[in-house]
Every structure is written in structure tokens, then in C-alpha cells.
Ligand binder design. Structure first.
Ligand SMILES: Cc1cc2nc3c(=O)[nH]c(=O)nc-3n(C[C@H](O)[C@H](O)[C@H](O)COP(=O)(O)OP(=O)(O)OC[C@H]3O[C@@H](n4cnc5c(N)ncnc54)[C@H](O)[C@@H]3O)c2cc1C
Ligand code: FES
Length: 267
């Protein structure tokens, strides 16, 4: 059973009855979703698990191609075929006191589940810095907070139509030295800017990002999702987004090499 909710700005939230995925997924993990029936794309498409209830999982996306178009056309009686949970999620055990989540555009997807997990582990204050191109493209603040007073959302838009006028990373600078953990998800250029802020003295003990790469299998066999990681000075090492990630320490990624890849911001 599936429900499809149209949010502002072309964002879509699909919720489906997936009891095993709901029971097993941890924040930052993803599922490979089959899009359409046998006439749809051969390869499944990867999506972060955005929210779980006892029997259901939700995913947030926008239509960018054939697979997401077919997902958006699901109706109540349809079954969503998923493979997962896959990949490594966020480290939540070392977070204490205050933490910050930095979300850019559809990078919002893993944060509702992460916020719930952190609060259930006793993290006192969580600030979600939520950035998007414009007000209508912002994922709704109440989907991060779910009525929890310990969670605050501060918004930024590139065009200044709501919140801070500018990049969401500009909001991070004043708070980065006072939090125990920074979690980020968004375009690679945004993640690289966050990585710059979390290196050096006084930086938080946990600094992680959920990354994306074009994916085939989703579990480490096709080698299609390689990401450049920091090597030994003679060039990058390569890791697999699907099985070494998608969540990686920000300090472990070779951001210059990643941004130089032709398809660096495909996903
Ligand atoms: C681990 C992981 C988690 C992900 N989680 C999410 C999520 O929670 N929500 C979400 O919306 N997306 C997420 N993505 C990206 C998502 O998988 C792609 O948007 C999806 O595979 C596109 O499939 P498609 O068949 O619709 O488009 P395709 O036909 O594969 O591509 C159509 C066109 O869109 C471009 N394109 C592909 N992906 C994107 C993108 N993300 N943004 C802009 N252009 C794109 C392609 O380059 C191509 O030109 C995730 C990716 C990874 C690797
Ligand atoms: S998607 Fe196949 S190895 Fe990562």
C-alpha cells in the first residue's frame, strides 16, 4: 500500500508499507527502489530512508527522470518493491549536548529519521540548518521537528525569499565550534564547504556527510559508485558510495577530486 504526497516546489513524499525495512533501517541508510513494473528502468534507484513508523517507510524526492516519474505516479493500491536497508548510516553514539544538521535541497531526506534517533539517545538540542534555492523548495520545518521542542530549524534561501539570504553553510560558521556533531547532506559543493569548516582546532568530534553517486547494484559488486577519498599524498584512494558510505566522515573525502569529476553533482 502506497501514499503519495505532493509538497510545494515539486517535492514529493512517498510512504509505503515496508515492515522489514522500517524495522531495520538506521538514519542515513538507503533503499534501492524498483521504479515501475517490468516496463520501467532496469536498475533500481537509490533513496534515503526519510522516516519510518512500525510498518511504513517514507522517501522524499523530486521528478528528475524516468524512475522518479514512475515513483510519483504510484497509487494507493500499488506495491513498492524495495531492497534494503543498504549502506552505512550516521554515527549517533558519540553525539551529545548540541548537534547541528546541515541540509541543502533534497539533502533533507535523511534528517527526519536522524533527528528522531538523536533525540531518543538523549541529545539535548538539535539545530537543523535547512537551505534551498527558494522558499517553496524548502522541505517543511515541521517534518524535521515533528512537534519536538528540542529541535529547531533555521532556514536559508539562495534568493532570500525566506530566512537567511544566502548559502546555508553561512549559518554554520558561528556555531561549529560549540556543537559535538555536524551531519550534512546536500550538493557536493555544499558538503565541501561544510568540510572546510569542520577541520582544524575546536572542530566537532563527529563530522559526517551522506553522499551520492550514480549507482548500479547498491551493494558493492558493480563498482559503479566510486568516490575519491583522501589518500597518502600520491592521489586519491577510491571508496564505494554504496557500501563504504553513503555516510562518510567529511574529513575522509577528497573534495577537490570529487568536485573535479564530470558527474560530481549528478545525484
Ligand atoms: C545513496 C543515495 C541516496 C539518495 N537519496 C535520494 C533521496 O532521498 N531523494 C532524492 O530525490 N534523490 C536521492 N538520490 C538520488 C536519486 O537516486 C536520483 O534522483 C534517482 O536515481 C534519479 O532516477 P531517475 O530515473 O528519475 O533519473 P535518471 O533517468 O537516472 O536521470 C535523469 C536525469 O536527472 C539527472 N539526475 C539524476 N539524479 C539527479 C538528482 N538527484 N538531482 C538532479 N538531477 C539528477 C541525471 O543526471 C539525468 O540527467 C539518492 C542517491 C543516492 C546515491
Ligand atoms: S552501486 Fe554497485 S558497487 Fe556501488
Amino acid at each position: 500500500m502506497v501514499s503519495v504526497e505532493q509538497l510545494d516546489g515539486g517535492l514529493i513524499e512517498v510512504t509505503a508499507r515496508l515492515p522489514r525495512l522500517a524495522a531495520a533501517a538506521v538514519p542515513g541508510q538507503f533503499a534501492q527502489l524498483r521504479c515501475g513494473d517490468h516496463g520501467g528502468p532496469l536498475l533500481r534507484r537509490p533513496f534515503s530512508v526519510a522516516w519510518t513508523e512500525s510498518q511504513t517507510c517514507s522517501f522524499v524526492f523530486e521528478v528528475v527522470g524516468e524512475g522518479t516519474r514512475l515513483l510519483a505516479e504510484l497509487t494507493a493500491g500499488d506495491v513498492l518493491d524495495s531492497l534494503g536497508p543498504l549502506g552505512r548510516g550516521f554515527s549517533v553514539d558519540a553525539a551529545r549536548g548540541e548537534v547541528v544538521c546541515v541540509s541543502g535541497g533534497l539533502g533533507c531526506a535523511p534528517f527526519p529519521l536522524l533527528v528522531r534517533s538523536l533525540r531518543s539517545r538523549g541529545v539535548r538540542d538539535i539545530i537543523v540548518l535547512n537551505g534551498a534555492a527558494s522558499a517553496e523548495r524548502l522541505y517543511p520545518a515541521d517534518r524535521f521537528t515533528r512537534g519536538d521542542a528540542g529541535v529547531g530549524v533555521v532556514e536559508a534561501t539562495d534568493d532570500g525569499s525566506r530566512g537567511h539570504h544566502g548559502f546555508v553553510t553561512e549559518l554554520l560558521a558561528p556555531m561549529v565550534s560549540s556543537v559535538t556533531a555536524v551531519y550534512a547532506c546536500g550538493p557536493n559543493a555544499m558538503l565541501a564547504a561544510v568540510a572546510t569548516q569542520v577541520t582544524g582546532a575546536g572542530s566537532p568530534r563527529v563530522a559526517e556527510a551522506s553522499l551520492e553517486a550514480p549507482m548500479g547494484c547498491g551493494f558493492g559488486t558493480c563498482l559503479g559508485c566510486a568516490l575519491p577519498l583522501r589518500g597518502d599524498g600520491r592521489g586519491p584512494l577510491w571508496g564505494l558510495c554504496c557500501s563504504d558510505g553513503p555516510v562518510l566522515p567529511l574529513r575522509s573525502v577528497d573534495w577537490a577530486a570529487l568536485l573535479a569529476l564530470p558527474a560530481a553533482d549528478v545525484a
